[in-house]
Design a protein around this ligand. Sequence first.
Ligand code: SF4
Ligand SMILES: [Zn+2]
Ligand SMILES: [Zn+2]
Length: 330
Amino acid sequence: MININNYNIHLKYGKCTYCENQIVFHRRHSGEFLCPQCFEKNIEKIISKTISKYNMLKFQDRIIVGLSGGKDSITLLYNLKMIQEKSHQPEPLIALSIDEGINDYRHHSLEVAKEFCKKYNIEHKVISFKDVTGKTLDEIITIKKKSEEYRYACNYCALLRRRLLNDKARDLGGNILALGHNLTDVAETFLMNILFKRFRLISNQYLMKDQSAERSKFFIKKITPLMRIPEEEVFMYVNIKKLNYYASHCPYREIDPIMRKKVLEFIQAIKKDSPEIEYNLLNGFLELSELLYTQEEKKSFNSCINCGYPTGNNTLCNYCTFIKELELYC
Ligand code: SF4
Ligand SMILES: [Zn+2]
Ligand SMILES: [Zn+2]
């Protein structure tokens, strides 16, 4: 086993399971040995199969791809572009990046995203936190740190990013928002949701759910075609394909002692002895989300008095509450 950029990769000499090549990657959870060429083809096959198994795409879809410039979103965009060209889909892809305003980080990854789109002739849109809220994430964090109920940067960032991606994708006429979440991300999120008893959220994430006409007025359908590929395999794929991506991680993930990071470390530790653990978590998520979704009583929802989006028991949704709080500091 070798460790490259914090990814544990099992490389060795030996015969590929599918051809005569000798230098191989050992996929421990399945027992396969794959040479670079077979590995690359196999990853592309997994992505295509995931899309068809979960009915993620239809021929006429207008797909907006969330693009950060990191390995996952670059892999996703590259593959969706290939699939689209092969199947001659009529609507071109649009890549959508969010500029949170994170000093010495996002600017670099957006440069990579921009270059990638130029190379592959993909329309690229960028929307920033500053455009929408008047503040960068760095400025928001400086303000929020003064208050006693400061939570971690990711809490604020994720709340804003989710809404901006959803709204901008709809503005662009999209009916699908493709996101680069890989298997490791899905496993980590599911475990987090279990630990915090977020069953409503798990039910909401059910992949095959019937989005009611009422809800689809607000929310675009999201798909995650990389959800069956572990993070280290996405890393190997972009490197074998020589796709240019931005390799650094967001500084806030290192600064804040966020629970998510601890959960990830826990999964990685278990994975050393049980290489199938992420797949177990993915399957657990698929089964539990279906069970919760089908048993849940479908109630009508309250609407936010400001934006009209579905909300819980409050009159304002979380997004509008957050924006209102920020305005107090202007
Ligand atoms: S790690 Fe946190 S702060 Fe950084 S981009 Fe992701 S959600 Fe935002
Ligand atoms: Zn091979
Ligand atoms: Zn609202």
